[in-house]
Design a protein around this ligand. Sequence first.
Ligand SMILES: Cc1ncc(COP(=O)(O)O)c(C=O)c1O
Length: 418
Amino acid sequence: MKMERDIPGLRADAFDAPARRGDFPILRERVNGHPLVYLDNAATTQKPQCVIDVLTGYYAGYNANVHRGVHTLSQRATDAYEAARGHVARFLNAASPAEIVYTRGTTDAINLVAQSFARPRLAAGDEILISAMEHHSNIVPWQLVCGQTGALLKVVPIDDAGEFVFEAYERLLGPRTKLVAVTHVSNALGSVTPIARIVATAHAANVPVLVDGAQAVSHLPVDVAGLDCDFYAFSGHKIFGPTGIGALYGKTAHLEAMPPYQGGGDMIRSVTFEKTEYNDLPYKFEAGTPNIAGAIGMGAAVEYVVAAGIDAISAHERELLAYATAQVRAIPGLRIIGTAKEKAGILSFTLDGVHAHDVGTILDHEGIAIRAGHHCAMPVMAQFGVAGTARASLALYNTREDVDALVAGLHRVQRMFR
Ligand SMILES: Cc1ncc(COP(=O)(O)O)c(C=O)c1O
């Protein structure tokens, strides 16, 4: 789907990262006296002016509550809020906007599925299958529901490159498996998992699949209909949208069958003290006043990505990751953590004799923002025998100049510790 919706200068067939930088005002900032080199996109992405304008436009022009008002502002807010849901549905290729539930983010979406879908279906001895490269957000909600039901958490191993071990997955997928929950892209390693095959294999055994798409949506085309996954979760802030908002895609039949996650206003059709009738999808899962501005901002963000062209973004980042990988490989004592054949946007590494936090702090003095630590993926760190890594993560606006600045910075770090 190629289009140029209301975003001047964007042409899907001519992706131009240096030009796209101009869309992101923060990239003109200086940090510690240096131009900002932002390479912490896996933690959160920066926001283009069109998203900032949409947020300001809502608060300045039509701030009102949604779904309840008869007045004009409320109608405008409701229209924008629901239009954004439509943008997200089209972005993921969902069958209908009713399959898109607004959540606080990926974490909230996974907890919703754990409590509302998994919990009522689990008995003692049943199994939930995850992979060894999951973010804590796709581990802990399953541990909680296992604790509540007596179900067991099983883990598909990853190999030394950080690749999903498919044969082990096939072995572990058994008669007690009730759900598979896997990441599309690992935030700590960058590995892209073979989601379509994972889903097809699970479905052959009648097992539904939740995909954690937090690290995928800004890097890869996502087609939930094509993947045939049962649930897909992502966060607005990782795809150039606001924090505190995200979405859960769920197949209609599943969402219909699930009880509400939380009770309150908006998720009901009628209430008496004796009985409450729940609202239609997706409102059944959206109790209380939602993050209206966030939803509208997330809608603008996915429209921005659609207009830029996700295939072009993906190709640009693949080329940039290959360039960055070749450059850092030449640095003595640098070990790349995560060398899967299919990777997206992430370069995790250790530097001999230098703590990852020192790497991050010294680079920050030069205006270069990276992440240092366990990246909320402690089991991955344990597997690779490290306490943490330094992680540079890319987005559509990064360029070879950013990578060159990182590499020069790493050489300086090394000289300081020699
Ligand atoms: C793979 C993955 N899953 C889940 C999350 C959680 O996202 P959020 O904190 O936005 O809910 C993250 C965040 O870094 C992530 O990288």
